[in-house]
Design a protein around this ligand. Structure first.
Ligand code: PEP
Length: 250
């Protein structure tokens, strides 16, 4: 059966020393969690944090990787480089990357393929804007995002994808989707994965909720049958907040 997961997305927060301190503290307090715990850090933290989380209950991921394998792409970091740090995951398709860095479905498709080819598991984000939700287009939007970047994969490769439903209007805004709103679209997402890959693959796909998830609302969200955990931004930057969300699985 599918995994329960709490994944942190540090975004562009914490310098190296602060990141090392946060990762160290997390390894000290997160023991025998009832879910998989992943922290996704800025690139420059990866190699140091890999050494800190090794042998602990915490796994490591990056927040992005390049859409090219290697070569003259100044400032880019390849999937192979990410993997070589000891990271096992990469977040792709985050709405901030789509919006601020103009990552199109085609670019994301390349990134996903390179990540998988280099042995990384992908946390693939999808979700609608406020305008799209108000127009009742959320299902259409998430379906197009899946079709545009991951539904080309074989069933075997799709099995290495974790989906994260993140309504853009709930990210960093303090506005959470209600647990019923989230469950409704998670169930829809699972149904289109089933249509594409069959029920068994759909049942094995973890679908995380992201968007102002906190220790106070996590138990209700995680209590829904199609919500398999959370992708956590702001609340992953403080040990007590992140631990509180992990403990929602207890
Ligand atoms: C995110 O950006 O992945 C996210 C869910 O952010 P926040 O928890 O801060 O809303």
């Amino acid at each position: 059966m599918r995994k329960k997961i709490v994944a942190g997305n540090w975004k562009m927060n914490k310098n190296l020393q602060e990141g090392i301190a946060l990762a160290t503290e997390l390894t000290e307090v997160v023991k025998n969690p009832n879910c998989d715990v992943i922290i996704c850090t800025p690139f420059i933290h990866l190699a140091s944090v890999a050494g800190i989380v090794k042998g602990s209950a915490i796994e490591l991921g990056a927040e992005n990787c390049a859409d090219k394998a290697s070569g003259a792409y100044t400032g880019e970091v390849s999937a192979e480089m990410v993997k070589s740090t000891g990271a096992a995951y990469v977040i792709l398709g985050h709405s901030e990357r789509r919006e601020y860095y103009h990552e199109t479905p085609e670019i994301l498709k390349e990134k996903v393929q390179l990540a998988l080819a280099n042995g990384l598991k992908v946390i693939f984000c999808i979700g609608e804007s406020l305008e799209e939700r108000e127009a009742g287009k959320q299902n259409e939007v998430v379906k197009a995002e899946l079709e545009g970047s991951v539904f080309n994969l074989s069933a075997e490769d799709f099995g290495k994808i974790i989906l994260a439903y993140e309504p853009i209007w709930a990210i960093g805004t303090g506005k959470t989707a209600t647990s019923d709103q989230a469950e409704e679209i998670h169930a829809y997402i699972r149904s289109i994965v089933a249509e594409k890959y069959g029920q068994e693959v759909a049942d094995n796909t973890s679908i995380l909720y992201g968007g102002s998830c906190k220790a106070s609302n996590a138990p209700e969200l995680f209590g829904k049958p199609d919500i398999d955990g959370g992708l956590i931004g702001g609340a992953s930057l403080q040990v007590a907040d992140f631990k509180g969300i992990i403990d929602a699985w207890n």
